[in-house]
Write a protein that binds this ligand. Structure first.
Ligand code: CA2
Length: 146
């Protein structure tokens, strides 16, 4: 099973700034953790991070026919991007939305997600563990369909 893990704008700054909110570990640490978790499950993960909305739309489109599922932390685009919502709907792959923090417990402008309607689940506020839960959820979902 192939899963693509997509991280949006500023998540390349993990471990560099704002450790109180996002922790001290880096994006490379996150990717290594997910890779380690995927191995015994027979999942091949691929990773992509971009600060650009169009690049995120492109990679979602490219996943069509190539990946079995998507894990996406759209970061700030969560709250603004109809383009990412439309791309997820267009490819129709099972997707899980992940947030390190719980945006619904932060500023009001973070409370709404444009992305959730295109996802089978949204996991918020569990830090890196949320990505591992997303892998488990997708594996159950995709194998359950087979
Ligand atoms: O909690 C999350 O994962 C968010 O998606 C993170 C976004 C934020 O806009 C969303 O509301 C919730 C921000 C990502 C910024 O990442 C940084 C990481 C380290 C240092 C600075 C920013």
């Amino acid at each position: 099973m192939r899963l693509l893990i997509i991280n949006g704008p500023n998540l390349n700054m993990l471990g560099v700034r704002e450790p109180d909110i996002y922790g001290r570990q880096t994006l490379a640490d996150l990717e290594a953790l997910v890779r380690e978790h995927c191995g015994p499950l027979g999942v091949t993960p691929a990773f992509f991070q971009s600060n650009h909305e169009g690049a995120l739309v492109d990679i979602i489109q490219q996943a069509y026919g190539q990946q079995d599922g998507l894990i996406i932390n759209p970061a700030a685009y969560t709250h603004t991007s109809v383009a990412i919502l439309d791309a997820l709907k267009a490819v129709g792959l099972p997707a899980v939305e992940v947030h390190l923090s719980d945006p619904t417990a932060r500023e009001p402008f973070r409370h709404h997600s444009h992305i959730t309607p295109a996802c089978i689940a949204a996991i918020r506020g569990k830090g890196f563990a949320g990505y591992l839960d997303a892998v488990d959820l997708l594996v159950r979902h995709i194998r359950g369909q087979a």
